[in-house]
Ligand binder design. Structure first.
Ligand SMILES: Cc1cc2nc3c(=O)[nH]c(=O)nc-3n(C[C@H](O)[C@H](O)[C@H](O)COP(=O)(O)OP(=O)(O)OC[C@H]3O[C@@H](n4cnc5c(N)ncnc54)[C@H](O)[C@@H]3O)c2cc1C
Length: 396
């Protein structure tokens, strides 16, 4: 069912080699310093990715991408997940990848020229500004940020946080209430706000698990104070913000889940290497302990199950669209996030103190990916979607 074409196999082989030979060596500066230290090296790798024809795997060929289907890009995302920098080098990283999709689907020709083209070229970055500290992000129809029409402009006021990668971004796509009297699903719109607009203020990069982050690898608190942008910056129809966000999140969850599976594969690989190298007594390897064997076997089974579930969901989105696959999408979101956490935890445990250090990417992922169970919808909300769907069949 999920057979790979010869062409896709070649692409995956090329990406695997590129990731392991060229991107993995950049992990150490990332883990021991920060993202910005790597800037020159990353630009060089991005140029090489372009030369190898590996640029924008998720984007249609008409826009300069590789034109892969969601299933095919899922496989690519898994290969890239092997290292924290993989997606960035091929320009398919969150949040830009989602914003590219929105601009392709809903952008006007002028918006595409000004915002999409430089994003596709990797010349600028962007962010997506929806969640507010004062409201539950798990109920995204409830927010306070407003965009009020004034002549040819919108004037935006609001307070957002966890606007990932806002630091250094050229523009934000902001969710704001434009139609307060409409039904709750039709109140908000998505509006492009260039970050040099007066009134756009990054209050701080929020410290997350002891790390404030910088540039792409950061999460900002943002204030919009009388932020005036032309009405031509509206994306899609007024009031369609929620519908566009839902549309964006479907493929986005496949990208995330396959990235997490890539992380799991790396963690399992590191665990197996350590288990065979480390002796707990002379001549007695960690790999000979049954507990470690259980962790390895359980991880293998859970990763394989997760992968099949994600590919199944991606296949359904490719064939029938995001709405038809909403239950599968919710199921993979919480299931794979849980597998990720378990596999990372076992891999760290198997390494002992070494697992806690920044010699390996395990602790980095453990810190950063705990959020997998929260962002793009917390586990509990996705479980509710799945359970409600099942229970509907039992309704009296
Ligand atoms: C690392 C990271 C990056 C992020 N990046 C972005 C970004 O780029 N742009 C952006 O706009 N937002 C971003 N977010 C925000 C994210 O989307 C929200 O955190 C998420 O939607 C949850 O909202 P909340 O934090 O307000 O939690 P709340 O909605 O307050 O929920 C708190 C907890 O309550 C429980 N809960 C909530 N609803 C229910 C329910 N119906 N039933 C049972 N339990 C429930 C869950 O356990 C949940 O974790 C990011 C978050 C993180 C952590």
């Amino acid at each position: 069912m999920f057979e790979q074409s010869a062409e896709l196999k070649m692409v995956l082989d090329t990406i695997r080699e590129f990731v392991r030979e060229e991107i993995v060596p950049l992990e150490r500066p990332l883990l021991q310093h920060d993202f910005d230290t790597l800037w020159p090296a990353l630009q060089e790798k991005r140029a090489k990715a372009k030369r190898l024809g590996l640029w924008l795997p998720q984007i249609p060929q008409a826009y300069g991408g590789m034109g892969l289907s969601l299933v095919e890009h899922g496989y690519v995302s898994q290969e890239l997940g092997w290292t924290p920098l993989g997606h960035y080098v091929l320009n398919c990283q969150a949040p830009d990848a989602g914003n590219m999709e929105i601009l392709i689907e809903h952008g006007t020709p002028e918006q595409k020229e000004r915002f999409l083209q430089p994003l596709l070229a990797g010349e600028i970055r962007s962010c997506f500004s929806m969640t507010e500290p004062e409201h539950p992000g798990s109920n995204p129809t409830w927010m306070s940020t407003t965009a009020v029409k004034d002549g040819d402009d919108y004037v935006i006021n609001g307070h957002k946080w966890f606007t990932s990668s806002a630091d250094g971004a050229a523009f934000a796509i902001v969710m704001a209430i434009t139609n307060p009297d409409a039904s709750r699903y039709q109140r908000a719109s998505q509006i492009i706000v260039p970050t040099d607009t007066p009134g756009f203020q990054i209050v701080q990069n929020i410290s997350v698990m002891g790390e404030r982050g910088i540039g792409w690898a950061s999460h900002a608190e943002v204030r919009y104070t009388n932020c005036r942008v032309p009405r031509t910056n509206l994306l899609g129809a007024e009031g369609a913000g929620f519908a566009i966000a839902q549309e964006r999140l479907g493929p986005g969850r496949i990208h995330h889940c396959m990235r997490w599976i890539g992380i799991c594969e790396r963690a399992l690989d590191l665990m197996c290497r350590q288990a065979t190298l480390r002796e707990v007594a002379p001549g007695r390897r960690l790999a000979d302990q049954q507990t470690i064997q259980n962790w390895i076997a359980e991880s293998r089974a859970e990763i394989n199950a997760a992968r099949l579930m994600v590919l199944d969901a991606a296949h359904k989105i490719d064939r029938e669209g995001t709405y038809a696959a909403r239950v599968e999408i919710s199921a993979i979101k919480f299931y794979v996030a849980g597998v990720l956490q378990k596999v990372l935890d076992r891999a760290i445990q198997a390494h002992g103190a070494l697992g806690m250090t920044d010699e390996l990417p395990l602790a980095y992922w453990y810190r950063h990916e705990r959020a997998a169970r929260i962002y793009d919808g917390p586990d509990e909300v996705h479980k509710m979607v799945v359970a409600r769907h099942i229970l509907r069949q039992y309704a009296a």
